[in-house]
Structures are given as structure tokens and as C-alpha cells.
Design a binder for this molecule. Structure first.
Ligand code: CMP
Length: 225
């Protein structure tokens, strides 16, 4: 692909990312020449837990999972990220090793931004810095909720909470919204239980009429706006 085409695509991709919505056109253009586009196959580990951080990444296409190994060696899924989301910023900010691994769930196209470029952008754009702080705050809130639901709620309620959180309101029809494609194992890894327990909870939620399955996606009730 010609250089100017890559740059135009990168500028457009960056503009579509909520993180960069407050960045000026000129800054975005210079940013587009700093990012490196990478295409990676399904299953590829993009970031390895414990490794030093060098780049942060913005997803243009595809899906990834953020995972952490628990003490007993099991993989816990912390989050599923998709196009428009970013990852790999934490170790660039605090200079500590990568906090988690990030693996491709499909073929992915990502933009990589080096530590120096990311940090100097943050210093020059208070809008960008604010957007990063807001995303980190959102994650902290979510972790707080997960921590309280782990101790207080049963698996069926935890499954409901997760599916509602993952349901996209832009895929909403008649008071229901669709999640992305999810396996029972992925749900189990996200709420900290076994696949068999999730299968029972999903069956219960379907029998209650709360949950509907659409292929590999789930349709759940959401509140009217
Ligand atoms: P870093 O620590 O550099 O590498 C792993 C990345 O996973 C991390 O940056 C974040 O971008 C991402 N990450 C870690 N924990 C979470 C979480 N709870 N939710 C979403 N993303 C996370």
C-alpha cells in the first residue's frame, strides 16, 4: 500500500478512537506518521505478562483478550477488547512489567505507538491525558464491581452482570442488546468459575426467559434510554 494511503488510513483510524477524539487534526496527522501498523494472526500473543513494556497498541480491526495467570496456573480473562480500544499503556506509564497478557482472538490489525511517542503526546495534550485517566478510572470501577460481585453474588447473577456489561447498546432492538460472540469457557474465565457451572447458569437464564441465544452471541434485556 502507498505511504500516503497508510497515513490517511491511520489518521482516519485514530480519529475514530475515543481516546483521540480531543486531539487536534494537526496533532493527529503527526501521530499517524508515528504509529506502526501490524497485522497479527489469531492466537498470537501481542503482550506477555511480566515482560518490559515498549509499545502501546490501538485496535483497528479484530478482537483480543486480556488475561492474567492466577496462582494455581489458570488463565483469568480480565477483559475482551475490540476495534477502537487500546491496551499496553500501563507499563509505559509506570515503567513496571506488563500487568497482563494480551492475545488475539481473531486476526487483528493494530497500530503500535512507542513509549517515547506516547509519553510525549500525553505531555503535550491534556485532552489525551484526561482520556487515558478516564479509561483507567472506568477499569478501576469495573474491577471494584467485580470484586464485590465475586464475594456476594451467585454464578447466575454474575453471568447476568457480565452479559449486560458486554452487551452493546448500539446493537439494541426493542429493549434488548447483543453481546459479542462468547464461549461458556470465556464467560467462566471472566467471572472466575468452571465452564460446567456457566453452562448450568446459562440454561437457567434461558429457562427464565431472561436470556436468548443468537448464534454465538447473547441477547439480554437492557434499560430503555
Ligand atoms: P500493560 O500492563 O502495559 O500490558 C497489559 C495490558 O493489559 C495493560 O497494559 C492494559 O492495557 C491491559 N489491562 C490490564 N488490566 C486490564 C483490565 N482490568 N481491563 C482492561 N485492560 C487491562
Amino acid at each position: 500500500m502507498a505511504d500516503h494511503q497508510v497515513k490517511r488510513d491511520a489518521t482516519r483510524a485514530l480519529r475514530a478512537i475515543p481516546l483521540f477524539s480531543g486531539v487536534s487534526d494537526t496533532d493527529l496527522e503527526s501521530l499517524s506518521s508515528l504509529v506502526i501498523e501490524r497485522r497479527l494472526p489469531k492466537h498470537k500473543t501481542i503482550v506477555e505478562e511480566g515482560a518490559p513494556g515498549d509499545y502501546m497498541y490501538i485496535i483497528c480491526e479484530g478482537r483480543v483478550k486480556v488475561t492474567k495467570l492466577s496462582g494455581d496456573g489458570r488463565e483469568k480473562i480480565l477483559e475482551l477488547l475490540e476495534s477502537g480500544d487500546f491496551f499496553g499503556e500501563m507499563s509505559l506509564l509506570d515503567d513496571a512489567p506488563r500487568s497482563a497478557s494480551v492475545k488475539a482472538l481473531s486476526e487483528v490489525r493494530i497500530l503500535a505507538l512507542s513509549r517515547n511517542d506516547f509519553l510525549s503526546l500525553l505531555k503535550n495534550s491534556s485532552d489525551l491525558a484526561l482520556a487515558v485517566v478516564q479509561e483507567l478510572t472506568r477499569r478501576l470501577r469495573q474491577i471494584d464491581e467485580q470484586a464485590s460481585s465475586l464475594s456476594f453474588q451467585r454464578v447466575k447473577e454474575r453471568t447476568q452482570g457480565l452479559l449486560v456489561r458486554l452487551a452493546k447498546t448500539d446493537s439494541k432492538t426493542a429493549g434488548r442488546a447483543l453481546t459479542q460472540a462468547l464461549t461458556h469457557q470465556q464467560i467462566a474465565d471472566m467471572i472466575g468459575t468452571s465452564r460446567e457451572t456457566v453452562t448450568r447458569a446459562i440454561k437457567g437464564l434461558k429457562d427464565d426467559g431472561w436470556l436468548e441465544q443468537k448464534g454465538k452471541q447473547y441477547s439480554v434485556p437492557v434499560e430503555a434510554d
